[in-house]
Design a binder for this molecule. Structure first.
Ligand code: DLZ
Length: 204
């Protein structure tokens, strides 16, 4: 068994997510990697007991849109989220777990459920930025990471930093568990959401 100094150490506490409500906000750029990361996060949320009906998934175009979307999702001012992961990923097959609890109100467009205004214990922001030949990467990485930190400090709701900032396609695939020796960081983000959501409930 190979040992590495890197990565998330397993907690001695098994955090219980059964009463937690978690939002995943994900970008659609580099969707193959996104798909794997969202899947990893959802799998670990469920493994820790988070109910499917308490996992809300919202997509946005790119990583640059993540901070505002997280802020609005936390504020509860949004009214709709796509109803399942398949919808969110533009019809790609993805397990199709159903998320979101329909709320009373006017009927939503097909494939969309309205969301109740219950608070979230944590939000996972997932994006995949891959360096290109311009400065786009640097600007987006910098602004998004600072803005996501600001959202969590301003709102007091943990925002899990699920943004891969990869220098190559290979790095992105590796960190989504899509290579032979890769590891899916989405799993770590799911665990982090349950742990931080649990902590913040106690710290209130
Ligand atoms: C424009 C752009 C570029 C070049 N690269 C990425 C990327 O690698 N990952 C990502 O999530 N989004 C990228 N975008 C899109 C921006 O995040 C954003 O959606 C647009 O600039 C519109 O605001």
């Amino acid at each position: 068994m190979s040992h590495t100094i890197k990565g998330l150490a397993e907690s001695s506490v098994q955090y219980d997510g059964s009463s937690l409500r978690v939002a995943i906000v994900h970008a659609r750029w580099n969707v193959k990697v996104i798909e794997a990361l969202v899947g990893g996060a959802v799998a670990k949320l469920k493994e820790r007991g988070v109910k499917e009906s308490n996992i809300i998934i919202q997509s946005v175009p790119g990583s640059f849109e993540l901070p505002l979307a997280c802020q609005r999702v936390i504020a509860g001012s949004h009214v709709q989220a796509a109803s399942n992961v398949t919808d969110l990923l533009g019809g790609l097959s993805f397990g199709g777990s159903r998320t979101g609890t329909p709320a009373p109100g006017p009927p939503a467009p097909a494939g969309v459920v309205t969301m109740p205004n219950e608070p979230f214990d944590a939000v996972i922001a997932i994006g995949v930025l891959i360096k290109g030949s311009t400065m786009h990467f640097e600007y987006i990485c910098d602004s998004v990471s600072h803005a996501l930190m600001k959202v969590q400090l301003d709102t007091g709701v943990p925002v899990i930093f699920g943004v891969l900032t990869a220098l190559t396609d290979e790095q992105a695939l590796d960190r989504a568990g899509l290579t032979a020796n890769g590891h899916n960081h989405g799993e770590d983000w799911g665990l982090a959401a349950v742990e931080m959501g649990s902590h913040v409930r106690r710290w209130k």
